[in-house]
Design a protein around this ligand. Sequence first.
Ligand SMILES: [Zn+2]
Ligand SMILES: [Zn+2]
Length: 164
Amino acid sequence: MQLDLRELIVNPELRLPFRTEMETDRLDFPSVKKYLTPPVAEGLFFNEAGILHMQGTITADMLCVCDRCGQEFESIKETDVDAILAEEESEDNLELFVLQGTEIDVQEVLATSFILDMETKFLCREDCKGLCARCGRNLNLGPCSCGKEIDPRFAVLEQLLDKS
Ligand SMILES: [Zn+2]
Ligand SMILES: [Zn+2]
C-alpha cells in the first residue's frame, strides 16, 4: 500500500493519523503459529523541521508455541514504530525508510519495524520449566517421577552403576 505524503511535505503543520491492518504474509516466524486477528498499526505521520516521521504502535495477537515446552500460548505483542521517512538512504540510520517520490510503502515500514522487534525466544512464561529430558512430561504441571534431572554426561555413569 503506497501512501502519498505530498500534503504533509508541503504543509509542515499537518498531522496525519493512520490506522491500518497489517498483511501477515511477510510476518512468518517458526514459533508463531498464527495471528489470531490481523495486527493493527496506529499512529501519526508528522513533519518536524522538514523531516517526516511515522510514529505509532503495532498490536499483534498471536498464537505462539513455547520453545521450551512446546505448549501453545497466546501472546499480545506491542511494537513501537518510530521511523524516519527520507528522500535518500543513509547508512548510519537504520530506522530510515526511503520515499518513492512523495510516496511510502506503509506495509513495508510496519513489517520491518515488527520483524526487527521480534523476540528471539518464545516462552509460555518467563520461568517455563520445559519438558523432562527423560520422560517428556511437561514440568510446569508438576514434577515427574524421574526424580532429579540428571546431567546427560552422568547418565552413562549411572547406567554402569545400575549394572554393578
Ligand atoms: Zn513453556
Ligand atoms: Zn521425567
